[in-house]
Design a protein around this ligand. Structure first.
Ligand SMILES: [Zn+2]
Length: 430
């Protein structure tokens, strides 16, 4: 090495050491007209939230803004914790009919889908969703892990992500279906059969970055003569158990898509942690879930969004499912089932309001406070993140959003987010 090079190396080393010196974290004080305390179920008027770096250090009515802190005036707004959506598909852009779905998988490359996903996660964050559990890429392989990484590295704005990668279904039980056997078409999931192959698939997904394992418990929904929503179960009991056992053994949780009674029962028998959609929930199933602490993500609005289109395409059962879910929801609220906010956004277009489910949850039986808790405290618990997110209190991440009026009076105001902060960084302030 010559002298110049030696100097250059020395200079780079010193400057990188200097750059690595931690800067004192920025102090910010948010003055909120009101703060919704999701833990005590109360509204605190004239609250001050003090943050240092990415964390909240104090919050409440009697809290003083520390000297030198930058003050943000939200005195005409209602503040609440950043919202959590525990069922999204950032790599999907609306899927009313099979044609909508197939077109995306057949005509869009995975890089193009990932580019669209970068816009979708930005939209979600601006909607006030600071954390999301994304439940499979619908044929886009492990691109959700890349989106998550890009957000974590600060390349793109987006929520804190928990991802499920490819999801699992047996051969012939998930789209794309109906093409000539001469064609090799993309699969919307990782197709897998037999307990051994399943264990390998679970290991593979975790190896490449899956936080959660998701599988499709059922399909072919129908209403029987007693008015119960039934379905055909996808995996054998042995296979479903292999999914759950292997995921749990490796320290990961399992989400099951389960719509009909049969699919929900099979998923509960296998030992899953969350039931997705769950339109066919009845009293017995709800009791089992309450007893075992299984969470429900009802994804209501997507059912409303796709019902007309799917009925017109020859599946009127989707309209009946809407009504059945409303009944199941009321019963679940009464029985104290843990209901987590989960929309299936991506199943409906990202231009739709991601906060629309709140209105349905209130219409179907929750109080506005319960609906907000489903997207904060309860959703955080589902993720095992209750110590870090879901409430505005000292020690938690500074994930704070605000709206113009009181969502406890009119929950639909959450569709008009005015202020969004994630980890102490302001992304929206109107
Ligand atoms: Zn979904």
């Amino acid at each position: 090495m010559n002298k110049t090079k030696l100097w250059l190396v020395a200079f780079l080393t010193v400057s990188s050491l200097l750059a690595a010196q931690p800067k004192p974290p920025q102090k910010i004080a948010l003055r909120c007209g009101a703060l919704i305390d999701t833990k005590s179920s109360r509204t605190i008027p004239n609250a001050v939230i003090v943050l240092e770096g990415d964390r909240i250090v104090a919050a409440g009515a009697g809290v003083a803004a520390p000297e030198g802190a930058r003050t943000v005036d939200l005195s005409r707004k209602t503040c609440l914790p950043g919202l959590i959506d525990n069922h999204t598909h950032v790599l999907l852009n609306g899927d009313i009919t099979a044609t909508d779905y197939d077109e995306q998988l057949l005509k869009e490359s995975i890089p193009l889908r990932a580019i669209r996903a970068t816009a979708n996660v930005r939209t979600a964050l601006m909607n006030g969703f600071t954390t999301m559990r994304d439940l499979e890429t619908e044929g886009a392989m492990y691109a959700d892990v890349d989106i998550k990484t890009a957000i974590e590295h600060g390349y793109i704005p987006g929520p804190r992500m928990f991802v499920a990668t490819r999801a699992l279904a047996p051969t012939g039980m998930y789209p794309l279906l109906g093409y000539s056997w001469e064609l090799k078409v993309p699969e919307g999931v990782q197709t897998v059969d037999g307990a051994d192959n399943i264990r390998r698939a679970v290991r593979e997904q975790i190896k490449y970055g899956a936080d959660w394992i998701k599988y499709y418990s059922d399909r072919r929904y129908y209403v029987n003569d007693k008015g119960a929503l039934r379905s055909m179960v996808n995996f054998t009991p042995e296979e479903a158990k292999a999914i759950v056992d292997e995921a749990h053994r490796l320290g990961h949780k399992v989400a099951a898509h389960a719509i009909g009674r049969d699919g929900i029962q099979a998923a509960l028998d296998a030992g899953v942690d969350t039931i997705e959609h769950g339109d066919g929930l009845d009293e017995e199933l709800i009791d089992t879930m309450v007893k075992r602490g299984v969470y429900w993500c009802p994804t209501i609005y997507v059912g409303v969004y796709v019902a007309e289109g799917r009925a017109a395409a020859g599946a009127p059962v989707w309209k009946t499912m809407m009504d059945l879910e409303a009944k199941a929801f009321a019963l679940a609220v009464k029985k104290g089932l843990k209901i987590s906010y989960g929309t299936d956004a991506g199943g409906f277009a990202w231009s739709e309001a991601q906060a629309r489910d709140f209105t349905y949850m209130v219409k179907y039986g929750q109080t506005p406070m319960q609906a907000i808790q489903s997207a904060t405290t309860v959703a955080a618990e589902l993720l095992g993140m209750q110590d870090k997110i879901g409430a505005v209190e000292a020690g938690k991440f500074a994930d704070i959003v605000a709206v113009d009026s009181d969502p406890l009076r009119d929950i639909s105001v959450l569709e008009h987010m005015k202020f969004v902060m994630k980890s102490g960084v302001i992304y929206r302030n109107e």
